[in-house]
Write a protein that binds this ligand. Sequence first.
Ligand code: NIG
Ligand code: FE
Length: 422
Amino acid sequence: MTTLSLLVRGAAEVFPSGGDPVIPKGVVGVIGGRVVHVGTADTLAAAGLVVGPGTQVIDAEDGLVTPGLVDPHTHLVFAGDRAHEYALRAHGASYQEIARAGGGIAHTMAMTRKATEEELIALAAPRLDRLLRQGVTTAEVKSGYGLDLDSELKLLRVIRRLDRAHPVDLVPTFLGAHVVPPEYRGDRARYVNLVVHDMLPEVAREGLAAFCDVFVEDTAFHPDEAVRILRAASALGLKPKLHVDQLSDGGGARLAASVDAVSADHLEHAGVEGIRALAKAGTAAVLLPGATLFLGQSARPPARALLDAGVPVALATDCNPGTCPTENLPLMLTLGMSLLGLSPTEVLRGVTDHAARAIGRGEVAGHLAAGRPADLVVFDVPSHVHLPYHFGTHHARVVVKHGQVAWRRPPEPSLLGPLCEA
Ligand code: NIG
Ligand code: FE
């Protein structure tokens, strides 16, 4: 007999992800920070795993249990907002027009450069809290609103401090090549040199990032610049990621495959050849349907074709002030189904095992199985189909990180008065 430290029981369904089948009336047993059993009450008993006086029991109350969700693409650390640009777009201005007129990322950059580390932490921590409350236990976070050496380092140090202080595990990505900042507009080669010769070595020396990302677009970086930056990054141990084919087809999917990127993100305009190249290279796709929706884009990333080709498809919030100001990862499940044509299982894998794989955490996140870290969520829906179905509202009830309850929804009194007298 072995005593559990935590038991989740009373679920209508456990969705373990990782390609494992859904378990009706499933249970999850935990010892310390690790899952020891995913099965049913019977298989738990057969394994000799029991509840003792010190076991914390979570009653899932006929809800759904999933792995802790993984948000594989966010720009969570920034100052200011861009609500005014959203209003401008309602009057017909496009994202690229606003960027060319000096707004967009450059606007957030100006606000972010002025903020101290402490101010940025105070701004980002509530965003991280909101992610956690949606069920997210691991998230990738990019720099990219500093765009000079000190400001980029400041953002990455903020990400590191947040990671140490907050239950959500953060995976840091250096995005010094987000756009060419205004002071280098006349000489973009000099900015690329700054990224390669000054920023990357310092980021690597301080161990501040696992990945290096580049935004490839007419208004950002060209493919040859991206290759140069990502090669330099790889030599320093930072693995490549790319923002590609978001607003136009720039051959980005093929580019991502050619540099062995861990993930290619956005892909609204990716074509057949690019999809094949991604599959061959083993590059994951990270799709951001919230950004597609928020920008009112008609082009949709080819989610079905990517999956058919064997590319793992992940979904992310892209949480950022310009193209997707939301921390609602479960909403991306609905958009993944309604905008991208994916199934409930496919969208859930998009925010669990496929998402973990897209940020190099495939071994430790996104899959509930014995031996893996005990990150899980109890949702107040009766099945994995209901999570994307009942959309735009909040469903996470308990979020467990490393075997500890990291957040629990406070009881809400019903506003309904008595229906009838006893
Ligand atoms: O993922 N595409 C580039 N980066 C972000 C947008 C950042 C911004 O507009 O502030 C994105 O959509
Ligand atoms: Fe992004």
